[in-house]
Design a protein around this ligand. Structure first.
Ligand code: HEC
Length: 466
């Protein structure tokens, strides 16, 4: 069965232009609605920077759009923001900024570390720009932006500094040239099995621009004194935030272990992060936070793992091919012989990939349910979408995960370096890939039924509470 489908629409470019031309209309309609609602309550209400917009921008944009940040312009004050107001309106209304492409209204919406703006805030920004982007009361500026140091660990605010940091060996990356790979081993120094509660991979400093991805696995010393593969450890790709393991489960780092690093560098950088300069002594680090050492005994947790799920099964010849100026779609199917909870979903592709989805098919009912949809996917931002534990999909034995990814090799894809190329399966940034990283908690029937019952109870309580 051939699963790579060459989509027949050649006029998608025109469709895209048409949709873009509708955007200002949609924006006006929204703004009209918004001011209409406001006008009912308070005819004189004007949306201002100092009133509401500055706060939204400080909380959601300045972290990247500031001096030394990765955004191309700065939004630290009204004077800096004002000239960009029309472009801000466009990018916010189309949900391209903040850069967190995860569709509203489809599948699970409760995510940890979600960067998306609330629709209310989007409407406020849109209305503000339509009203001429005024400053408002000059004596009442918004609360200043607070942001973490980009070199700080994401979870330091929750758990402090990591309990263990495993660095890679330092490597010099030239300013330009072909993709580079490094595979090497580093000891962890563990003397007992530990349960990971959070994990983050962090390129140091300028390395952020050139580390395309950094995957890691764990080996442990077996009784013959030889290293044996234990599991995948974690995965990093550009723009990633880190992973939190839900409570009550254990992702194990075994005793007497070592980490295998597999790092892919893209000299000169990629996309918005391009630095175009030589980077010396490039180091990537894994930070890990652990539960207390007796966690496994006390809690008897279910096992959680993060694995790479491919989308090539059944594929003719196992090859991904995207024709010049064409489209392709890939899919993969996976079932488990026990019940599971899906804790996170992170699609992976390169410069042509532009969308992904995760669905579940229930064979008993013949129904398919959508769990996640990511339209406008971009390789610059590899988010691992972490489902809030109370909303993480629970799959009975035999339910089938369906993972899909779409590829756009036309000139309409803003990330496409060359639409005249045939693009095939491969590891270079200019090649394509088709897989997703999914964290799964492996349950048994008892654990599954308990979680299902807890959710039912919660839903009933919230209905009664209304
Ligand atoms: C995590 C970092 C990050 C955050 C948060 C972020 N941006 Fe950006 N922004 C970028 C980067 C990087 C670019 C340049 C590349 C791109 O367009 O993706 C950019 C580009 C832009 C552009 C220019 C787009 C163009 O067409 O040239 C605008 C406007 C913008 N951002 C507005 C915002 C607003 C408004 C917010 C908050 C609501 C925001 N951004 C939040 C990183 C960020």
């Amino acid at each position: 069965m051939r699963l790579a489908v060459f989509l027949p629409y050649t006029d998608r470019g025109q469709l895209h232009e048409y949709l873009k031309s509708l955007l200002p209309l949609a924006t006006l309609a929204l703004a009209g609605f918004h001011t209409g609602v406001l006008a009912q309550g308070d005819a004189a209400h004007q949306v201002t920077y100092n009133g509401e917009v500055g706060k939204i921008i400080n909380e959601n944009c300045v972290v990247c759009h500031r001096e030394g940040g990765i955004g191309p312009m700065q939004f630290e004050s009204y004077e800096q923001v004002r000239p960009w107001a029309p472009l801000i309106q466009l990018r916010v209304a189309s949900k391209e900024m903040p850069p967190y492409a995860y569709d509203h209204g489809i599948g699970v919406q409760e995510l940890k570390g979600d960067w998306r703006l609330q629709q209310e805030d989007i409407d406020t920004i849109v209305a503000w720009v339509d009203q001429g982007a005024p400053l408002g009361d000059a004596d009442n500026p918004p609360p200043p932006a607070v942001f973490p140091d980009p070199d700080a660990w994401t979870f330091a605010t929750l758990y402090g500094e990591p309990d263990l940091i495993v660095p890679s060996v330092p490597m010099d990356i030239p300013a330009n040239g072909n993709d580079m790979w490094s595979k090497h081993y580093m000891p962890t120094g563990t003397t007992q099995d530990l349960c990971i509660k959070a994990i983050q991979v962090k390129p140091q400093g300028d390395a952020r621009a050139v580390v395309h991805h950094a995957n890691s696995s764990v080996d442990f010393l077996n009784e013959n004194g030889e290293y044996e593969r234990y599991s995948e450890l974690t995965e990093y790709a550009m723009g990633k935030w880190g992973e939190l393991v839900p409570d009550g489960v254990c992702r194990t780092l075994p005793a007497n272990s070592r980490v295998e690093w597999r790092i892919h560098f893209f000299p000169g950088g990629v996309g918005a992060t391009a630095q175009g300069k030589m980077i010396k002594d490039n180091v990537v680090e894994i930070g890990m936070w652990f539960h207390e050492p007796d966690y496994a005994e006390k809690v008897n947790p279910y096992k959680q793992d993060l694995k790479r799920y491919s989308m090539r099964e059944g594929y003719e010849g196992g090859t991904l091919v995207i024709p010049p100026h064409g489209y392709t779609m890939t899919q993969g199917f996976h079932t488990f012989d026990h019940p599971v909870r899906i804790d996170s979903f992170q699609p992976h592709g390169h410069l042509r990939m532009n969308a992904a989805s995760l669905e579940v098919f229930y064979p008993e009912t013949g129904r398919t349910e959508q769990l996640s949809q990511i339209s406008n996917w971009s390789a610059t931002w590899h988010h691992s979408h972490l489902y809030e534990s109370d909303f993480a999909p629970l799959l009975p034995t035999g339910a089938m995960l369906i993972i899909k990814q779409w590829y756009d090799n036309t000139a309409n894809n803003p990330n496409n370096p060359d639409p005249d190329q045939w693009v095939v399966d491969g590891s270079r940034t200019g090649d394509e890939m088709s897989h997703a990283w999914i964290a799964v908690t492996h349950l048994d029937d008892e654990g599954f039924e308990k979680l299902v019952a807890e959710r039912k109870q919660r839903e009933e309580r919230s209905v009664v509470g209304q």
